[in-house]
Design a binder for this molecule. Structure first.
Ligand code: HEM
Length: 302
C-alpha cells in the first residue's frame, strides 16, 4: 500500500505542482479551536467515550480541496472539514468530511490510474477528451463528476454540510456492529453560492469570512450519524445510502477561536477509538498511507 500511496502522491504533485510545506491535497485552509458537546443519544450503539454525554475539546480545520494553494476559492467547489476530538484519556480521534457525499474512485488503484490519465488538470478543468476517456473506463466515477458540475459551493465554510463519505462501524457494549456514516450540519443553516457569485470572490474570502463570523460569536455545527441498514454498501465510497435512513444527533461543535498551530496536524481519517471501527472501504484504508506520506513531506519542508 505504501508504494501505491507514494505513486499517488507523486501523481498529485505532477498534476498540481509541488508546493513545499503545504498538504498534498486540501492545501489551503484554516484551523480553529472548538468544544464538542455530546448528546449521549448513541450510547446504546457505541462505547466511544466522546459520544457519551459530556463536553470535550476539539480542533477543526476547514479547507479548499485543491492541492494547489494558489487556486481561487471558487475553483475548489468541494470544501473540507477535519475534526480532531481530544478524548478524556489523552487519545485523539478524527472525523474528516467534505461537502460532497461521494468520492470519484472506488479503489486506490482506480484513483491512481485516473490521476495518471489526467495530465493537464489546469485550474480545475481537465480537457474534455481526457474526461470522456475516464468516464468510459470508470462509469461509477461519473456520479461524482456530474455532482461537482451541479454542486454549488457553500457560501462559507460555516454554511456547508460535510460528509464522512466512508462508512464506519459503531460497536456497543454487547459487541454488536452498526454501520454508520457521519454528517456535519451547520446550525446557521446551509447556504450555497451561485457560480457567478463564487467567481467574483477574492482568493481567501472563505478564510476572512470565518474570521468575521467568529469575531461576532461561536460558529456551530451539529454532528449527525446516519444508520445504515442491511444491504447498504460499506465498502464503496462512490455510492450514497438511501435518503430515508435514520439519523441521530451525536452532538454539537462550538468553534470559538483560531488555532494556527493545528495547521501541522495530520487528520488521519482511520484514527478511530474504542467503540468505532473502520469499514472495509479500500479508499478509507489507503488514505492512512497517503496522508502519512504527505505529512512527512510537508513537515520536512518547513
Ligand atoms: C485515494 C483517496 C484519497 C487520497 C490519496 C487523498 C489524499 C489526501 C492528502 C495527501 C491529504 C493531505 C494530508 C496531510 O498532509 O495531512 C488530504 C487531505 C484531505 N482529504 Fe483526502 N485523499 C483521498 C480521499 C479523500 C476522501 C474520500 C475525502 C472525503 C472525506 C477526503 C477529504 C480530505 C480532507 C477534508 C483533507 C484535509 C484534511 C486536513 O485539513 O488536514 N480525502 N487528502
Amino acid at each position: 500500500m505504501d508504494k501505491l500511496a507514494e505513486t499517488a502522491i507523486g501523481q498529485i504533485e505532477k498534476i498540481f505542482g509541488t508546493h513545499p510545506s503545504f498538504r498534498r491535497a486540501h492545501a489551503r485552509g484554516k484551523s480553529y479551536r472548538a468544544r464538542f458537546t455530546a448528546t449521549g443519544l448513541a450510547g446504546h450503539l457505541t462505547t466511544a467515550s466522546h459520544f457519551q454525554e459530556g463536553e470535550i475539546a476539539a480542533f477543526v480545520r476547514f479547507s479548499h480541496f485543491s492541492p494547489d494553494p494558489t487556486w481561487a476559492d471558487a475553483m475548489s467547489p468541494v470544501k473540507g472539514m477535519a475534526v480532531q476530538f481530544q478524548l478524556p484519556n489523552g487519545e485523539v480521534t478524527n472525523i474528516v468530511g467534505v461537502t460532497s457525499p461521494i468520492f470519484f474512485a472506488r479503489t486506490p488503484e482506480i484513483f491512481t490510474e485516473m490521476l495518471g490519465v489526467v495530465k493537464s488538470f489546469k485550474k480545475g478543468k481537465p480537457s474534455l477528451t481526457e474526461l470522456a476517456d475516464l468516464l468510459a473506463d470508470y462509469p461509477e466515477s461519473g456520479a461524482m463528476i456530474a455532482n461537482i458540475r451541479k454542486m454549488q459551493a457553500p457560501s462559507s465554510f460555516a454554511t456547508g454540510q460535510y460528509n464522512s463519505v466512508h462508512a464506519f462501524y459503531f460497536i456497543n457494549q454487547e459487541r454488536q456492529r452498526q454501520p454508520v456514516k457521519y454528517l456535519w450540519e451547520p446550525e446557521s443553516g446551509t447556504e450555497t453560492l451561485s457560480l457567478l457569485d463564487a467567481i467574483a470572490l477574492p482568493i481567501g474570502f472563505f478564510e476572512t469570512d470565518m474570521e468575521d463570523r467568529i469575531a461576532k460569536g461561536p460558529v456551530m455545527f451539529r454532528l449527525n450519524v446516519i444508520l445504515g441498514q442491511p444491504g447498504d454498501p460499506t465498502d464503496d465510497p462512490t455510492k450514497e445510502w438511501p435518503e430515508n435512513r435514520e439519523k441521530l444527533t451525536l452532538g454539537y461543535l462550538t468553534i470559538t477561536e483560531k488555532a494556527p498551530e493545528v495547521e501541522k496536524i495530520m487528520f488521519d481519517p482511520t484514527l478511530v477509538t474504542e467503540g468505532i471501527e473502520c469499514s472495509e472501504d479500500q479508499i478509507l484504508n489507503f488514505r492512512h498511507h497517503a496522508y502519512k506520506i504527505s505529512h512527512d513531506r510537508r513537515i520536512s519542508e518547513i
